[in-house]
Design a protein. Structure first.
Lengths: 203, 385
């Protein structure tokens, strides 16, 4: 029973939602909707559980006086302040201030560093005379320039060249990735629906 | 009862093998192997005394007498033979092969690239190029914006927004983080300006927590621009990823945890009077920097509603979504990196997010590349001197 019940629940849930999505029978709609609502609540609870686990982990590091426990203290402090502000007054000025003046600048700064990383990378490639990388860097620079200045004013060929590059070689590679993702998801889904994989039982 | 001839233990009479030692009951104990002496003697038909320890005993006269050479090496006191030099050398070699690691090759001296130094004027051109990267936006003053040509996705987005009717609101999903705001905000602002011009109500929500505040920022920008408050509303965070979208397709109130009978959602968002679920919206505009989030919207929403799906995404995610646009599942796909330039160029505030900024970035990259390519030669030449 300990093994049969989780498998039965998982199979029933999966097949009901799948059939409702594919065939849309009217009699199955309410059941699928209830299951989706349960999934929504569970996902929100999982988010809370993950947050609590993160806090407990860092507090325990702090209690054990681990060398990097100070970072944990900063994390837990920021977590508590943000959590309390968000729960007490989700639309308050405090939340907006935290997001606008702490979170956004930090994340934007991290991405902004990418420009310098790129420049350093192309500098190193050129300095090391990596002949195989030189065409890649050269092509990237050419594409970047074409992307910006693909104007009929400069040359009527440039816009068509840019469109062709984006439409044929780049899309071909990404289409392959998408097909791979779709096939993998289909196989994983079928294994779950046929109970070949039972991650909920630890198997 | 029979005794085994080998182990002398009792066995049954009909037993062919001993149950104790496994030997045949019929066989007699093995005799010592016949020596050449015995074979010679048997051939001669004579009986001789049993063989002695000397293996050559009884062979007198058959073979010529050859003196036996002495032992080649003297034995040690304990009787073990003494190895000679050759055996010692072979043993040392075998031990070396088995134990010692192979010797490493001596390090090769670095190969110096002896190429001619570029002329001084070329080097100065490179330096000027890098410096100009910083100054281009100031020098150009927006002159390069005239070179921007709208991409096909931008034209499709403009057409789709122009076809909207005021009775049906548009769902705007703000699903990106602050790191992509600089890339995507311009395109989003352009789309919102167009929505306002068409008097279409906008309903904001986010399936990513950090998108909630970015949506608030977009709303505050609308307020600053003088947009009436009834023209938009913000539903907040939609949890559950694919399951949340699947539920919100038919009922936003159920997905967001608000009871529709209480009318809370309708009061907070008048646009929901016309559309209870995403499927009843006039269009769905998704702004995201994550290709997999966009793919979720395509699969869970775009495939199950007639409302056109419009996506504004980053340049990094655009190739992943291009097949959806090519197949028609996504009505319009705009890459924020380039797609927002036309919208940004209409903004009177000059920023690096413009054609000037892109050219400046290119110049910085090309300058770094050229500097690295020629800078080493310069250093090499100085070292030689």
């Amino acid at each position: 029973m300990k093994r049969v019940l989780p498998v039965a629940v998982a199979l029933m849930t999966g097949w009901i939602v799948l059939l409702d999505m594919l065939l849309e029978p009217a009699w199955l709609g309410p059941s699928a909707r209830i299951l989706l609502e349960i999934a929504l609540v569970l996902s929100a609870c999982a988010l809370l559980y993950g947050t609590a686990h993160l806090g407990v982990t860092h507090v325990s590091r702090l209690v054990r006086h681990e060398p990097e426990g100070l970072y944990g203290a900063v994390l837990v402090g920021a977590l508590l302040v943000t959590f309390i502000s968000g729960v007490a007054a989700p639309t308050s000025g405090a939340m907006t201030w935290i997001f606008r003046y702490l979170y956004s600048p930090l994340q934007a700064t991290l991405l902004g560093l990418m420009t310098f990383v790129l420049i350093c990378a192309v500098y190193r490639v050129a300095r090391l005379h990596q002949k195989r990388a030189l065409p890649v860097v050269g092509l990237g620079l050419a594409l970047l320039l074409i992307q910006v200045l693909a104007s009929d004013t400069i040359s009527p060929i440039l816009p068509d060249l840019r469109d062709w590059i984006m439409r044929v070689p780049v899309t071909a590679g990404m289409r392959g990735i998408l097909l791979g993702i779709a096939l993998g998801m289909m196989a994983a889904g079928m294994r779950l629906l046929l109970a070949s994989d039972r991650p909920y039982t630890g198997e | 009862m029979t005794l085994c001839p080998h182990c002398k233990k009792p066995n049954r009479d009909e037993a062919t093998r001993c149950i104790w030692c496994g030997q045949s009951m019929a066989a007699t104990p093995a005799e010592p192997p016949a020596t050449p002496t015995n074979r010679v003697q048997d051939a001669a038909g004579e009986r001789r005394p049993p063989p002695t320890d000397d293996p050559l005993a009884g062979l007198e006269g058959l073979l010529p007498a050859v003196p036996i050479p002495p032992a080649p090496r003297p034995a040690r006191a304990d009787g073990e033979p003494q190895p000679d030099e050759r055996e010692i050398r072979d043993a040392e070699l075998l031990r070396a092969i088995a134990i010692e690691p192979p010797p490493l090759e001596p390090p090769r001296p670095p190969r110096m690239v002896a190429q001619p130094l570029p002329p001084l004027r070329v080097r100065w051109m490179l330096y000027v190029l890098v410096i100009a990267a910083v100054l281009i936006p100031l020098i150009s003053g927006g002159q390069l914006d005239g070179l921007i040509r709208p991409l096909p996705g931008q034209a499709a987005l403009a057409e789709s927004l122009a076809d909207l009717v005021p009775e049906k609101p548009v769902l705007v999903a703000v699903d990106y983080g602050p790191s992509a705001a600089a890339e995507l905000d311009a395109a989003l602002n352009g789309a919102l300006v167009q929505l306002e011009g068409a008097s279409v109500q906008a309903v904001f929500l986010s399936t990513r927590p950090e998108g909630v505040d970015l949506a608030r920022q977009a709303l505050s920008r609308l307020e600053e621009a003088g947009t009436p408050p009834g023209a938009y509303c913000h539903l907040g965070y939609l949890a559950g990823d694919a399951a949340g979208l699947r539920l919100a397709l038919t009922s936003l109130s159920a997905a967001l945890g608000r009871a529709p009978e209480a009318g809370a959602a309708q009061e907070a968002c008048p646009a929901l009077l016309h559309a209870s679920g995403i499927g009843e919206m006039g269009a769905v505009l998704v702004i995201t920097d994550d290709g997999h989030v966009a793919r979720r919207w395509v699969e869970q929403v775009g495939a199950r509603t007639d409302a056109p799906l419009l996506i504004i995404t980053t340049a990094a995610s655009e190739p992943l979504l291009a097949p959806y646009a090519a197949s028609g599942q996504v009505r319009a796909l705009v890459s924020g990196a380039y797609g927002g330039l036309s919208a940004a160029s209409q903004d009177p505030r000059r920023t690096l997010y413009s054609a000037d900024g892109f050219v400046a970035l290119w110049a910085a990259l090309a300058g770094g590349f050229a500097w690295g390519l020629f800078g080493r030669r310069d250093k090499t030449e100085r070292l030689k001197r």
